[in-house]
Design a protein around this ligand. Structure first.
Ligand SMILES: [Ca+2]
Length: 684
């Protein structure tokens, strides 16, 4: 990503020189959309680890929690918890739960995070050394550790709401036991529960080892589903008892026996995901609501079915005993349930979304690499991708999708309803293309019922004088990008970007490697980033009404303006836009969206003077949006809404105005006094 100035130009006087050069301004505002990489869903991953505790009543097993946050979720509304079962294999295979593209599609739809806990048990027994019961009974410490982890995620991710949002629980086997106890401990915080083959009834005959939890009345308002496999006799009776006990108290609970499986999860996700989707729709507080209380289940939409049957009806038309009936939240889930109890999966009649951001890279002798991103089909996930060359099918990724425990999928599924390891990447290397020939590639998504998306093509570079490098930079998976409002290059040619996401400040090497980031929670709404001659970093925070000076490592040195307060005096800005610092340390601020002025502070940050006011006359300003400084000490102000650049001396004397070039947004002064401007065509 380099832009080079071209030949020198005629020089008559300093301003015609600068002005002629300005004609080479950059008219294109590059719009950069973030991508995490070809492997997994478009979002950020966070991990929290705790060692095993030796303190009584604390968690005696080490644990790793992995959290996925979808890109674009400004305020998270809930957490979907995918909890594995007991034993060493379950915990190993459970570790990939947060990477599952289909579960991510559910989380993304509701602005929820997806959480996959992984308890590192060291034996297969329940109570042996580091056995599973130490975690799957939340009263033995995993409840407290889970809640503590959410607090840490809140800090790490810059999403404080993670500490308080409600949960939708999915639990397999002992994960169902864990979920069932959590229902008794946090009934007001649980949106819904899907029990795949497990609940506390397993321990009904061992009350000393596992005291029977007291069920509070609030627990009977939580929508639930019990789902065992037909071949597991004991667990089927456990699930039936769980269903009957909750239903007898009026709880909205369903029962869905898988007609194909034993204890493995099979294709139960094709029912679990629409079930939780319907519950999230009914229960989440409205977007932006200040009231965190979960909404009650809307019984008016319910469908009911006899426990042993496979036909459901709207509740008003149901003739059987309601108190023993299978509850289903709405018609869509009732239809999915009818499918599921007959076939063990749910059909899908709609094609998947097409893949996105396809990137094609020449890899020399190795061939051509094609990488892409894709979202899962909401109803049926992803079976595979088809890569096409010149419109002809070239390859399937994976070559042969595997379905050990259910339908074949791109992310082949384990016994535990999680992606098998190693997890596949959305990537294909074409080694058969003709050398020196430019091929055209496209990619199709195929869902698990065989429906195909439209083909998706790479973006084409239409510029005649620069090349877009889509592989630059390499953004780590836990770093977010939002609107990219500022960019600057330091003395070592490192590229500093300022993004309206967390963390706001990110630094990349010229070759695109990530170096460092900071500013988490310190910057309200990013606007511009600059350096002073000492190498310190200046950030313009248009949202918090301040200009901030940091060390390159992110230590805050100085704040100009009053945080959170708008004004037009010595101590207040009104949505400031940019700053420039002279070699001697004098500071000039373009201020801004609210004020039409330039503000001067001395090197100690003391107010010197301000000039300009809203208007169209010489020296007046209408949205001063950027400010730059040349080697002679002259100031260039992007007078955006007047579609001109005004040139001032440092005492505020107007030296020139350039009126007929562009609507200027951003300015950058190169070392040789070339002024680069970006903006749009002049207004008519
Ligand atoms: Ca579909």
């Amino acid at each position: 990503m380099s832009m080079r100035a071209r030949s020198a130009v005629n020089r008559v006087s300093w301003h015609t020189k600068a002005r002629t050069r300005l004609v080479r301004s950059v008219f294109v505002l590059a719009c950069v959309s973030g991508f995490v990489g070809p492997a997994y869903g478009a979002g950020r991953y966070f991990k929290v680890d705790y060692p095993a505790s030796t303190v009584p009543d604390e968690l005696r097993i080490a644990v790793t929690y992995t959290l996925w946050i979808p890109d674009g979720a400004k305020t998270l509304r809930g957490i979907i918890v995918h909890q594995h079962g007991a034993g060493m294999t379950a915990s190993k295979e459970g570790s990939t739960a947060a990477y599952d593209l289909h579960w991510q599609a559910l989380a993304k739809k509701w602005d929820c995070a997806l959480l996959g806990p992984c308890y590192h048990v060291l034996s297969e027994g329940d109570l042996g050394p580091a056995g599973s019961e130490y975690w799957f009974d939340p009263r033995r410490g995993s409840d407290k550790t889970f809640v503590k982890a959410l607090g840490e995620f809140a800090d790490k991710a810059g999403h404080p709401e993670l500490a308080t949002v409600p949960w939708a629980l999915w639990g397999h086997s002992a994960g169902g036991i864990w979920s069932d106890v959590m229902v008794t401990l946090h009934p007001e915080r649980i949106i819904a529960v899907y029990f795949r083959s497990g609940s506390t009834v397993v321990f009904r005959d061992r009350p000393v080892e596992f005291p029977r939890p007291q069920v509070p009345a609030a627990a009977y308002t939580i929508p639930m589903m019990c789902s065992p496999g037909v071949k597991e006799k004991t667990i089927t009776s456990v699930m039936l008892t769980t269903f009957r006990e909750y239903r007898a108290e009026g709880a909205p609970i369903g029962y869905a026996q898988d007609p194909r499986t034993g204890h493995e999860c099979g294709d139960s996700r094709y029912l679990a995901i629409p079930f939780l989707d319907a519950c999230l729709a009914m229960r989440l507080p409205d977007k932006g609501s200040q009231d965190p209380t979960l909404k009650p289940v809307d019984m008016g939409q319910a469908w009911l079915a006899p426990l042993t049957g496979n036909e459901a009806l709207p509740a008003a038309e149901f003739k059987g005993n309601t108190a023993e009936s299978v509850w289903l939240p709405n018609e869509a889930v009732a239809r999915a349930w009818m499918d599921y109890v007959k076939t063990g999966a749910v059909d899908d009649s709609t094609p998947p979304p097409a893949p996105s951001t396809i990137r094609v890279t020449d890899k020399g002798d190795q061939g051509t690499e094609i990488v892409w991103d894709a979202e899962a089909d909401f109803e049926s996930g992803i079976c595979n991708f088809i890569v096409l060359r010149e419109g002809q099918e070239l390859a399937s990724v994976p070559e042969k999708p595997v379905g050990k425990f259910g339908r074949p999928l791109f992310q082949s599924m384990t016994y535990h309803d999680t992606p098998d390891q190693p997890m596949p990447e959305m990537r294909y290397l074409d080694a058969t293309g003709k050398a020196g020939e430019k091929h055209s590639y496209s990619v199709i998504t195929v869902n698990s019922v065989g429906l195909k998306s439209p083909a998706s093509y790479p973006r084409i570079n239409l510029s005649t004088w620069y090349q877009v490098d889509p592989a630059w930079p390499q953004r780590p998976g836990n770093i977010q990008w939002g609107a990219m409002s500022g960019v600057a290059v330091d003395a070592e040619d490192h590229v500093w970007v300022l993004s309206r996401a967390q963390p706001a400040v990110q630094v990349y090497q010229p070759d695109g490697k990530f170096l460092l980031s900071w500013g988490q929670g310190q910057i309200g709404t990013a606007h511009q980033i600059k350096f002073d001659s000492q190498g310190n970093v200046w950030v313009v925070d248009v949202g918090s009404q301040v200009i901030l000076q940091f060390t390159p490592q992110g230590k805050l040195l100085r704040t100009l303006g009053t945080p959170g307060q708008a004004g037009c005096d010595e101590r207040h800005f009104n949505k400031p836009t940019d700053v420039v610092i002279t070699p001697g340390g004098e500071i000039f601020v373009s201020d801004g969206y609210g004020n039409g002025r330039v503000v001067h502070f001395d090197k100690d940050g003391k107010f010197v003077k301000a000039w300009g006011k809203l208007g169209t006359g010489p020296g007046e300003l209408s949205l001063p949006h950027a400010i730059a400084l040349d080697s002679q000490g002259r100031l260039y102000v992007a007078d955006r809404n007047n579609a001109r650049i005004q040139v001032f001396a440092q005492d505020g004397t107007l030296l020139d105005q350039w009126r007929d070039i562009l609507v200027p947004c951003g300015l950058w002064m190169a070392k040789n006094d070339e002024l680069w401007a970006c903006g749009s065509s002049p207004m008519p």
